[in-house]
Design a protein around this ligand. Sequence first.
Ligand code: SF4
Length: 364
Amino acid sequence: MGETRHNWTKEDILAIYNKPLMELLYEAATVHRQHHDPNTVQVSTLLSIKTGGCPEDCGYCPQAARYHTAIEGNDLMSVQQVKAQALRAKSSGSSRVCMGAAWRNVKDGPEFDQVLEMVRTINKLDMEVCCTLGMLTENQARRLAEAGLYAYNHNLDSSEDYYKEVISTRGFEDRLKTIDNVRKTNVTVCSGGIIGMGEKVEDRAGMLVALSTLNPQPESVPINALVAVKGTPLEDQEPVSIWEMVRMVATTRIVMPETQVRLSAGRTQMTREGQAMCFFAGANSIFAGDKLLTTPNPDVNEDMEMFNELGLNPQKPFLKHVHPQTVEAEDSQYQALGENPRWSRPEHTIERNEVAKQKAKTTK
Ligand code: SF4
């Protein structure tokens, strides 16, 4: 096993991505076997703890309040509701729960305190807890770490260049800043992106450069295929082909050998054969549950049937990193600071986002 490389260039990554497929698959599967058990795949459950009404303008997202989509918004779930769902997920083979809230950034206050309690509760169920709550200060990252958070998800989505074509309400450097804040703690980093948003292959490579040159590299990288939702600016995008997905997974595996590569949104558009090829190419996690935040996902039973067919075993929790200790709220060293950080608002104009917003105004 060689040392992990942190100096990948776009040219290096494009050369890998564009290899003849059989060669690419062989190389990726070889790297995968050197670093992971090829018959083990982690099952994670994504819970939308606060859905819809988001002030951001991410072009792919049905939860952005400015677009007209069929999403029903919900207030923050209770700790008891989250606990019940986590127990259900655990009994069907999940070892990780990722809680997502449609927030621009975390704000200190009762809602964040409630999320911290959810983290404590799930960590005590011996499951890996991940959160995706938007931008985060260092103090907030430390409070999550103290509660027992295992991972924080904050996707880069695409290359720095193409990011500007998808989101105008925050900058790429804001994403990196939050990842950096998480890195100041023992919480692991989960960061990946979406293909099929109209980006070029160069942008996919650009995103992998941004992720693979982080030191350390993210412990987890979700690769999503866009699920084009009606009412969003990207509603008319054609689905990506399975070959693009396999190439993306294989390239991610080669440039980030230790990382958990996660097959995320878009699995309902993939056949079982296609998913098997992704596992061969180095994907070692899936998301379970009938919904991925708001978009459809295969049924848990179907996934278990697929695992049986392929001889795959669900990964146990805390296999790759230690189980964090939970510090109770009353013993906390880090109190709410009531910060009001200045995250950037580039507010450049993205034409298709503006069109979707105008359309929503006339249909709402
Ligand atoms: S992806 Fe997240 S930040 Fe962007 S609109 Fe959706 S919920 Fe908001």
